[in-house]
Structures are given as C-alpha cells and as structure tokens.
Ligand binder design. Structure first.
Ligand code: NAD
Length: 283
C-alpha cells in the first residue's frame, strides 16, 4: 500500500510573495517543515531576510530573502534571476502579498438619515488613489508575479500556484469596498488561471482565511488605547462559530494539502479556513 505523505514537496522551490508578513511567514514555516526550499519575497529586504533566517533556523531547510515589488514587473524579473541562480527552477508560487488600507475604508458601516450629510470619511469622499492602491496590490499583485514566476512551471509542465483570497470574496464586509472587490476578483482569477494552465499540469487554487489578527486589520479589530476588541472585532468573534480568531499556523495544513500531489486532481477551488464564519447565517 502506498503511504500518503507530503514527500513529493521535498526540495521543491517555492516563492512566497509578501513572505515577510504574518501569514506568509507562517506558511513558509509549514512548507519548510516538509523540506520545501522557500523564497521569502517582500517589499522590505529586512523583513524578507529576517523571516528567511528564522525559517532556516527553525526548520534546517534552505530559505532565502529576496526584495521585490509585486506591482513592478521589472523588479520581479530581477528577483527571478536571483532565485534561479541561487536555487534553480521555481516549482511553486504563493501569491501572499495583499491587504487593506485605512485610505480605502469608510468611517461608517451604513449611510443613515443621521450621518448622510457627513462628508469626511464617507463613501463619497473615499480617496480614489487609496482605492486603486488596495485594488492593485491584491489583484495586480497576484497577476504580475504569476506572469513572471509561472514561466518556469510552464517550461517544465509541472507546478502549483496558491492565491490568497478572503471571506470578503463571498460577502463583502462593511467599510472596505476596495479590498472586498479585489479579493472577489482573486476567486474569479483563480478559476481562470486553473483552466488556462490545466493542460500544462499546473494547478491553481486559493485559500480564503477567515479572521487572523495581523498588521493590516488590527486597527479595525483591537482598540489601540484599551487593547480590548472593538465592536467590529466582537461582531466577528460572535459570527465565527468556533468563537475565536484563527492562528496563522491554522493555515499550514490546508496549504500543504493544496500544493502537494495529494490533491493532484484539485484545481480552481477556494478553500475557506475560517472557523465556520462563511457557513454561519448569524441565526
Ligand atoms: P501582513 O501585512 O502581515 O503581510 C503582508 C506582507 O506583504 C508584508 O510583509 C508586506 O511588506 C508585503 N507587501 C506589501 N506590499 C507589497 C508589495 N507591493 N510587494 C511585495 N510585498 C509587499 O498581512 P497578512 O495578514 O499576513 O496578509 C497576507 C495575505 O493574507 C494578504 O493577501 C491578505 O489580504 C490575506 N488575508 C489576511 C487575513 C487576515 O485576517 N489577516 C484574512 C484573509 C486574507
């Protein structure tokens, strides 16, 4: 009988964009634990190098930090040259760079008869530059690295890509229209890519994490002055049947599953990792 394991992943080379972030570094650690050589690609050299060093120390598996901007194709091409010369061909890509910004966030959840004349922080006064920045980071920031790094996979007719979606893709959360629209586009693009690459044996899937406390959402979920949950944070916990935020390590198993040959007939799916948030109607 064939034993099921993640051994097919050993010595594969995986690029993780936004790898210096909370979720990217935890996913990197999970992959390194089964012998995947990770490339921590981030906008900031320091966080890329620090994360790569942490992964290598914890796991004993090679990890390198590379700086690049997921919105700048030239910088991604330069990064690819460095990766190819240091580690060889790229087998796996995780499009992890993404996030929201206060500039693309409305002050109120609803327009009401009482606040309808407020302009500051309203939908009507959203900073269009901020909106574009969030949309591009999440959508083009997935498109461009895929254009650059999937080339090695196409050449060898083998590979796997994982995008990072969000609960917002299914039902938009209040206040964050740019992020919600962009993550919704990730689900659609995941399906498009899965079809486009299917004949050259490259699978494309996504994970949709529920709520994890990280740098990009802390300002919405935790009150800075008291360190207590905000009303929004409380609402999220009340609407998560498991009653808690996720821990970044909770994503590792699902990522290994989607990237390994264990799921070799799975492509074009988005897997929710959310403590039941998406399944719950609130009643
Ligand atoms: P994070 O802010 O901790 O990490 C994001 C990383 O991306 C940072 O290291 C940042 O430097 C890097 N980055 C930003 N812009 C970049 C660019 N232009 N080029 C290269 N790197 C860039 O955020 P996180 O919570 O770890 O988020 C990772 C992914 O998970 C994002 O796509 C996010 O939207 C998604 N996500 C997060 C949650 C959550 O609850 N935290 C939920 C669902 C989805």
């Amino acid at each position: 009988m064939k034993k099921i394991s993640f051994s097919d992943l050993e010595n594969k080379v995986c690029v993780i964009t936004g790898g210096g972030g909370v979720i990217g570094s935890s996913i990197g650690l999970g992959l390194a634990s089964v012998g995947v050589k990770t490339v921590i690609l981030d906008l900031f050299q320091e966080s890329a190098d620090k994360t790569a060093a942490m992964i290598e120390k914890e796991s004993g598996t090679t990890s390198i930090g590379v700086v690049a901007n997921v919105l700048d194709k030239e910088s991604l091409l330069k990064a690819k040259e460095i990766i190819n010369s240091k580690l060889g061909n790229i087998d796996i890509l995780i499009n992890g760079a993404g996030g929201n910004s206060p500039k693309a966030t409305t002050k109120n959840e609803f327009i009401t008869p009482d606040n309808k004349n407020e302009f500051e922080g309203s939908f009507f006064n959203l900073d269009i530059g901020g909106f574009e920045q969030v949309f591009s980071l999440n959508f083009q920031g997935t498109l461009l690295p895929t254009m650059v790094f999937a080339k090695d996979m196409v050449d060898r007719e083998e590979g796997a890509i994982l995008n990072i979606s969000s609960m917002n893709a299914y039902h938009p959360l209040t206040k964050i229209p740019a992020y919600s629209a962009a993550k919704s586009s990730i689900n659609n693009f995941t399906e498009w890519l899965a079809v486009h690459f299917a004949k050259v044996n490259i699978r494309v899937n996504a994970i949709a994490p529920g709520f994890f406390l990280t740098n990009q959402n802390r300002f919405l979920l935790i009150d800075e002055s008291t360190d207590e949950l905000t009303a929004r944070g409380e609402k999220i916990i009340n609407n998560t049947p498991m009653g808690k935020f996720g821990e970044p390590e909770d994503l590792q198993g699902a990522v290994l599953y989607l990237l390994s040959d264990i799921s070799k007939f799975v492509t074009g799916t988005v897997l929710a990792i959310d403590g039941g948030f998406n399944a719950y109607s609130g009643v």
